[in-house]
Design a protein around this ligand. Sequence first.
Ligand code: NAD
Ligand code: GLY
Length: 359
Amino acid sequence: MRGGNVDLVVDLGAKSYPIEFCDIGDVGNRLLKRVSSRKIMIVTDENVKGHYLESARRSMEAAGYMVAYSVIPAGEESKTMEMAKKLLQDALSYGLDRSSCIVALGGGVVGDIAGFVASAYMRGIDFIQIPTTLLAQVDSSVGGKVAVNLPEAKNIVGAFHQPRAVFIDVKALRTLPQRELKTGLAEVIKYGIIWDDEFFKWLDLNMEKLLSLDMDVLKHAVRRSCEIKAQVVSQDETEHGLRAVLNFGHTLGHALEALTGYKKYTHGEAVAVGMVYASKIALRRGMISEGFFNSIVSLIERAGLPTVFDPFPFEDVLNKLTSDKKAYDGKIVFALVDENRKFFRLEINPCEIESVLYN
Ligand code: NAD
Ligand code: GLY
């Protein structure tokens, strides 16, 4: 699958797919190589619609596709079974068949729900990711995790359904609110911590340029993040082992999101806090040096992300940790790395977590 316009590949045998860097206005022709059906339904949200729907739609129509679209309200509140049902009904009313394709144009919310709908419609149809947030470009659009939430739990209904291609236009980040840029930077920093020391140091040198939207620097950050994610997913698509390293910072991050009703923190902000405390566990266990720990905290701070866990009663924290879908038999499992980026998936007992959180 290498060559031509293909920049990176998620190598999954027959399910392999490219990650291509291009203008949103150029996706139509690129789709021709990936999608044989003539019918496409774009799913986007109210914010992204105003910026990018027209150019995506026009380029697909110019390439000969019949294009319908559905717009969902922006935000996590849209990632529900009810909204998925509405999108499934839209797909049916637009006459999508087994050979049709759903295109997710937006951030992680759009990607997750559109992918979920594609995984379920007629037992699964093709889908394409055109991520428009930094978080979606470096994380959620790659790897095939698709899901919706229940009121009781986030991402609890879902599937592994790989896209046929991911088309990334880094310039789309120009319209992204600063807070959303920073939330994506949390996942970018994660790759430096879990995988690549050179990248970690590069991020340290280039953080200000990233925050000021230097396009060359951003493009390198997105590409390197995608390379790492593609490498991990290619080795462990369905998270039986290595892929869990991507959950670094997420155990406490998810607890913090849940404890604050998914309102106070964005996903990346909560992960940033989670990464600090996961690193503190690694420090106390002698897995990383104080120097590395301090540089992790400093990089997260320089990205404008939070580093301190809110002082919730530990009983509440524990409750969330044991009900997370990463817990096994009620045991709390953390993805940790040592300074050489060796990955450990460790059960951590509540006393150790309590001590790390409050001392
Ligand atoms: P989001 O999709 O809610 O987007 C954030 C905000 O930015 C929204 O208001 C959106 O309308 C707006 N927006 C998007 N692109 C824009 C642009 N280019 N210009 C202006 N505004 C724009 O949030 P997100 O952070 O992208 O994604 C979060 C979701 O991703 C969560 O639901 C999380 O569970 C999920 N996620 C999934 C995976 C996965 O592997 N599937 C991984 C990480 C996170
Ligand atoms: N975002 C974690 C994963 O894709 O596995």
